[in-house]
Each structure stands twice: as structure tokens, then as C-alpha cells.
Design a protein around this ligand. Structure first.
Ligand code: MN
Length: 403
């Protein structure tokens, strides 16, 4: 789902290179219909979903016999298809209802859509346990944590997860050390960020990603969302999740255990690693050249070389006074209920407004804070209620900014 985006196209590359292992039975896109049409020609899915009814007509005309859905309901139709695993790389809150549907159909989930867990963490993870499905992280940091935890007292939510109180009281995790690149504005003052341009904010130093997540990386809201995501995936409380800014982006996250041992997962920054592990779990795919002791050059081998790229790994504290979204996310997680949903909805609306040139960069965190302070606390118990809170928080953003 989200097959024409950054994660989606990389996943299809993996599928293309491993035709004996994978087949894409459903694809979805929001607006890149011409890319989707090319993907349909190559991968021959059984059904697809597009953004609008008009786009659905265009695709249907091109491929008679193909099932073509559209809109939010279309995403839910694709999520309910018969398959082994649903890769959700949709953008924002639109990923929640399809994830919930796929889990209720008993499908394993490869989750690249962190907003699903930010807004629906409790609902989604409890359904995973009930339905005995795996929630496999595709976010690079969470894939790292997942890999560090395997065989060490916990794993990702669902079937692979070990409940601490169900015959396995042993839970040796002391802290999760969540790494962050720091984004394009690392080291900047709050004052100097007021007038940054859209292009500057979109210029991420390490990762090439969609525009929403790239802006989230610039504000470091992405890391805040990832703290919440980690809380739900690994059932570790917020105060045991520590952000470590690591500009080299080689350590993708670490887990510290109660004996002081720390396990890190490392590699060149390449989303194909977490995508392929989630799709092929528990096995790994050949993504780099077979080992040759005469050939160390990582440009040839594709594997991390510690004598060059991995030589200097540095870590620093995030500047929480500048990147205020971090504290807003911790506060939302502590408060629970509607708070993370309101924060996420306001953030999504504000990022779109920033990308549309309607507001300045620091208006994002300023306005999220105002919306969070104004929104009355509720405890949603369904996807519908969550989506209702999301819509109301976006409306509140517009109201506050129009004053
Ligand atoms: Mn990430």
C-alpha cells in the first residue's frame, strides 16, 4: 500500500529481484497514477486502489478485468485481500483504517506508516495480540530495535512478542536508545529557523524520503512520533526511550540491557534492509555482494566498511529547546488518550500548510502546542473515534491560525 512512494518503489524492487519469493497481489497509490499503471504492467496485481473515482476510470480503461478501487474505502478493500503480508507505506493517518482492517483479517503487517501506531497504538497492538498477527517494523530505527531484541527478551508486537507476565516474567531491557540523524537543521538556533525555506527543510542530509516525513525530520517531530511508535511496538515506557542524535546514521538504534550490555544494529542507511527483513522475516535476503576478502570497497560490496564510512561514529543529546516537537511528543505519550492523535493530526495539517507555503517553519511546533493545550481530553475506543479526533484537531489548527 503506497506502492508509488519511496518505500513502495523500493519494496517492488525487492519483489522484482526475488520473483521466486514474492508476488504483489495488490497495489495502491494516491495521486501518481502513471507510475501505478507502469507497476500494474510489470507486477500484474489482482486489484489496485487509487485516490479518486476519475483516476479509477482511467486505470480500468487501461486494464479490463483488473479490480480497481478508489478512496479511503478502496484502501480498506486492498487491506482485506487474501495475502501473507500487507506492507503499509501509506502517508499519515490514512494508514490507520487499512492497517486495522488487515489485522482483523489475520494478515501480518509490515509497518512503515508510523502514524498508525501514534494515533491507534493501543487499539492496533491489542488487536494484533487478539488476532495473533505479527506487526513487523519497517521504520529503520524500529527494525534495528527489533533486531537487537530478538532472542533478548522481547520482539515486535503480536505473535513474535513475549508478554512479560504470561509465563515469561523475564524482561531484561533497561533502555531503548533511539538514534536520530538530527535532520538538516542540527546545531541551529531557534531564532535562525524562523525563516528557513521549504527547499532547505526538504534537504535531508542522510535519507531520501517522502516530503511529509522529511519535514518531520527537520522539526524532529519524526523522532517524537518514533518514540510513541517504539512504546507501542516494544511495550517499553516513554521514560525508558532515549533519543541519541547520531549524524552519521550508521547505528540505526540500540538496546541497553540490565547488565549494562548494549546491542546496536548498524549498516549503511538503506531502507531496503528493513523492508526486506520485514517481508522475508525471519530470513534475510542477499542485498550485498558475497564476501571477498580482497574487495573491501563498500561502493562495490554494498556493505558497510568500518575503515571508511563507519570509522567515526558520534552521538549527542538532542536540543530540546530548539526541536520542541520532541517534548510535545513525550507529553502526548504521557497524557495518552486523544493527546497523541491531536498532536499527530495537527502536525500533519501544519506540515501540509508549510509545504504549501502558507506558514513558517516554527509555526509548526508553536501551533501544535496551542492545539494540544486547547483540545479537551477524551479516550477514543474505535478507529472511527480516532479519525473524528484527527479531523477536529486539523480544524482547530485552521481556527487558531486564522485568528
Ligand atoms: Mn525512522
Amino acid at each position: 500500500m503506497g506502492s508509488t512512494g519511496s518505500i513502495g518503489t523500493q519494496a517492488l524492487e525487492i519483489i522484482r529481484n526475488n520473483p521466486d519469493k514474492f508476488r504483489a497481489v495488490g497495489l495502491t497509490c494516491r495521486s501518481r497514477v502513471s507510475s501505478l499503471i507502469e507497476q500494474i504492467r510489470e507486477f500484474k496485481p489482482l486489484a489496485v486502489s487509487v485516490g479518486t473515482a476519475d483516476d479509477a476510470e482511467i486505470v480500468s480503461a487501461e486494464f479490463p478485468g483488473l479490480e480497481v478501487y478508489h478512496g479511503e474505502e478502496g484502501l480498506v478493500e486492498i487491506a482485506a485481500m487474501d495475502c501473507d503480508i500487507v506492507l503499509n507505506s501509506l502517508m499519515g493517518i490514512s494508514g490507520l483504517a487499512p492497517t486495522y482492517k488487515a489485522i482483523s483479517c489475520g494478515r501480518d503487517i509490515a509497518l512503515a506508516n508510523k502514524e498508525t501506531l501514534v494515533a491507534g497504538g493501543e487499539l492496533v497492538t491489542s488487536l494484533c495480540r487478539k488476532m495473533n498477527v505479527r506487526l513487523l517494523p519497517v521504520d529503520s530505527e524500529h527494525s534495528a530495535i527489533f533486531q537487537c531484541l530478538e532472542g533478548n527478551g522481547g520482539s515486535a508486537c503480536g505473535r513474535a512478542y513475549r508478554e512479560p507476565d504470561e509465563g515469561h516474567p523475564y524482561r531484561p531491557i533497561r533502555r531503548i536508545l533511539l538514534t536520530a540523524s538530527g535532520g538538516p537543521f542540527r546545531g541551529r538556533s531557534l531564532e535562525s529557523m524562523k525563516n528557513v525555506t521549504i527547499q532547505q527543510a526538504l534537504n535531508h542530509p542522510k535519507w531520501s524520503m517522502g516530503s511529509k516525513i522529511t519535514i518531520d525530520s527537520a522539526t524532529m517531530m519524526n523522532k517524537g512520533l518514533e518514540v510513541i511508535e517504539a512504546r507501542w511496538l516494544f511495550d517499553v515506557p516513554a521514560e525508558r526511550i532515549d533519543i541519541h542524535v547520531h549524524p552519521e546514521s550508521i547505528v540505526h538504534s540500540m538496546v541497553e540491557f540490565m547488565d549494562g550490555s548494549v546491542i546496536a544494529q548498524m549498516g549503511l542507511p538503506d531502507m531496503k534492509i528493513p523492508i526486506s527483513l520485514a517481508l522475508n522475516y525471519p530470513d534475510r535476503l542477499d542485498l550485498v555482494k558475497p564476501f571477498d576478502r580482497n574487495e573491501r570497497d563498500e561502493k562495490v560490496s554494498g556493505a558497510l566498511d568500518f575503515f571508511t564510512t563507519g570509522k567515526n561514529l558520534t552521538f549527542e543529546q538532542p536540543d530540546r529547546k530548539v526541536f520542541r516537537c520532541i517534548d510535545l511528543a513525550y507529553a502526548a505519550l504521557r497524557e495518552g488518550g486523544s493527546a497523541p492523535i491531536v498532536m499527530n493530526g495537527a502536525n500533519e495539517e501544519l506540515v501540509a500548510m508549510f509545504l504549501g507555503g502558507e506558514i513558517g517553519f516554527t509555526d509548526i511546533h508553536d501551533t501544535i502546542e496551542k492545539v494540544m493545550n486547547k483540545y479537551p481530553f477524551t479516550s477514543p475506543a474505535s478507529v472511527e473515534e480516532i479519525l473524528h479526533i484527527d479531523r477536529k484537531s486539523r480544524k482547530l489548527v485552521r481556527e487558531i491560525l486564522s485568528k
